[in-house]
Design a protein around this ligand. Structure first.
Ligand SMILES: Nc1ncnc2c1ncn2[C@@H]1O[C@H](COP(=O)(O)OP(=O)(O)OP(=O)(O)O)[C@@H](O)[C@H]1O
Ligand SMILES: NC(=O)c1ccc[n+]([C@@H]2O[C@H](COP(=O)(O)O)[C@@H](O)[C@H]2O)c1
Length: 170
């Protein structure tokens, strides 16, 4: 059994790691879709697909389960999105998502859609972690150590702070 889990992973945090480990117990292989792959350098989506893939691969290295990481850009065509995803990924039997639109689109196409349990959602949230980085608040305990290393390597804290400046708006 192979399952797809799609997210933006901006950044990959401890809630994400917990659900990926749980899904790994339920299925033989996981396909991790990196959504909005074309987006980066905005306050909502600061990290590139490549940086997010680094976060995921470095974090999952110590766990022995098989997985694929596939970047998936957005297309301005919801009715085609499931076919688009299928065209990029290995075949899968079910999908895990907390996103209502993703659920709707995959259920309409006959897929079994499961909703992962949310853990410490107040803090394990990309929005909250990006807010803390911007405001110089503690955030490193909310992500795996490998993600801290990647964000340090790319100077991600300062990128987010720069992106908040008015003259970075396009
Ligand atoms: N705290 C959490 N515990 C368990 N699962 C989570 C948690 N946060 C997100 N997820 C799951 O991870 C998937 C991908 O989430 P996503 O990348 O949008 O993270 P997010 O923290 O919700 O980000 P953002 O706040 O930037 O929207 C979602 O479908 C959701 O089910
Ligand atoms: N038409 C489309 O391109 C389309 C439709 C639904 C979801 N998505 C993407 O799927 C991902 C879902 O991830 P989240 O659950 O993290 O919101 C996002 O990157 C979102 O943009 C894209």
């Amino acid at each position: 059994m192979r399952a797809l889990v799609v997210g933006r992973w901006q950044p990959f945090h401890n809630g994400h790691l917990t659900i990926i480990k749980e899904i790994a117990n339920d299925v033989d292989e996981i396909i991790i879709g990196v959504g909005s792959a074309q987006k980066s350098h905005t306050l909502n989506d600061p990290f590139t697909a490549g940086e997010r893939i680094m976060m995921i691969i470095k974090t999952l290295k110590k766990f022995g389960f098989p997985y694929y990481v596939i970047p998936i850009r957005d297309i301005d065509f919801n009715a085609l999105w499931v076919s688009y995803v299928e065209s990029l990924t290995p075949p899968f039997d079910l999908i895990y998502t907390g996103n209502a639109l993703v659920r709707e689109l995959f259920e309409e196409r006959g897929y079994v859609v499961k909703k992962p349990k949310l853990y410490n959602r107040k803090e394990y949230s990309g929005t909250e972690i990006r807010r803390r980085i911007l405001n110089n608040e503690e955030w490193k305990h909310l992500v795996p150590g490998e993600v801290v290393e990647v964000i340090d390597e790319i100077d991600g804290e300062n990128r987010i702070k720069r992106l908040s400046k008015k003259d970075y708006l396009i």
